[in-house]
Write a protein of this length. Structure first.
Length: 183
C-alpha cells in the first residue's frame, strides 16, 4: 500500500480540521482505496466529507475501504454520508467496507439500524478478501422474514448481523444460518 492523496486530482484542494482523510492505494483489488479517517463526521462537516469521496469515485475508485479506527464520532448525518457512498459505487460494480469501527461509533450504526447494510470488518486483510470475492458471501436463507421474539413484529433481514426491531426497539442478532437471538 502506498500513501498518496495525489492519486485523486484535486483531493487536497479543501481541508477541514475536524476530519483528516488520508488515501492508501490497495494494489490487490482493482480500483480500490483505503480511506483513513481521523476525527469525526457530523452535520457540519458531512458536506466536506461527501465532496472528498465524490472526487474519489469520479477518479474511478469504486472499491472503498474506510478505516474508522481514528474516527471517534459519527452523527446520523455522517451515517447518511456512508449510505450515499454505497449508492454511488454499487451501480459501478463497487462496494464499501467499514474497518475497525470503534464501539461507540458502531453503536450509532446499530441504533439507527444501519449495521446490517454495511460490510464491517476487523482488519484490512478481511476487507481485501471481501472485495476480492466476486459476490458477497451470503447464505441461501437470506433475505429472511421472521417475527421479532419480543413483540412478534414481522421483520426482514438481508444478511446476518445485529440490528434493532423497528417496533419494540429490541436489539436482535441473526446468524449466518438465519437463527434469531436477542442481542
Amino acid at each position: 500500500m502506498t500513501n498518496n492523496n495525489n492519486l485523486v486530482p484535486g483531493f487536497n484542494d479543501e481541508k477541514d480540521d475536524s476530519l483528516k482523510i488520508t488515501l492508501d492505494k490497495i494494489e490487490d483489488v482493482p480500483n480500490c482505496l483505503n480511506i483513513i479517517l481521523n476525527g469525526y463526521v457530523d452535520t457540519y462537516n458531512s458536506s466536506f466529507f461527501q465532496k472528498r469521496i465524490a472526487k474519489v469515485v469520479e477518479a474511478g475508485y469504486v472499491n472503498l475501504i474506510f478505516n474508522c479506527a481514528a474516527l471517534n464520532y459519527v452523527s446520523s448525518t455522517g451515517i447518511g454520508s456512508f449510505t450515499a457512498f454505497l449508492k454511488m459505487v454499487k451501480p459501478k460494480g463497487g462496494d464499501i467496507v467499514l474497518l475497525e469501527i470503534q464501539p461507540k461509533v458502531y453503536e450509532v450504526f446499530q441504533l439507527l439500524g444501519f449495521s446490517q447494510f454495511f460490510n464491517i470488518k476487523n482488519s484490512t486483510e478481511e476487507a481485501i478478501t471481501h472485495l476480492k470475492s466476486d459476490a458477497p458471501v451470503t447464505s441461501s436463507v437470506f433475505p429472511k422474514v421472521f417475527a421479532c421474539p419480543v413483540c412478534s413484529k414481522r421483520l426482514k433481514a438481508s444478511r446476518s448481523g445485529r440490528f434493532r426491531c423497528s417496533e419494540c426497539k429490541s436489539i436482535l442478532a441473526i446468524d449466518g444460518q438465519g437463527q434469531v437471538f436477542l442481542g
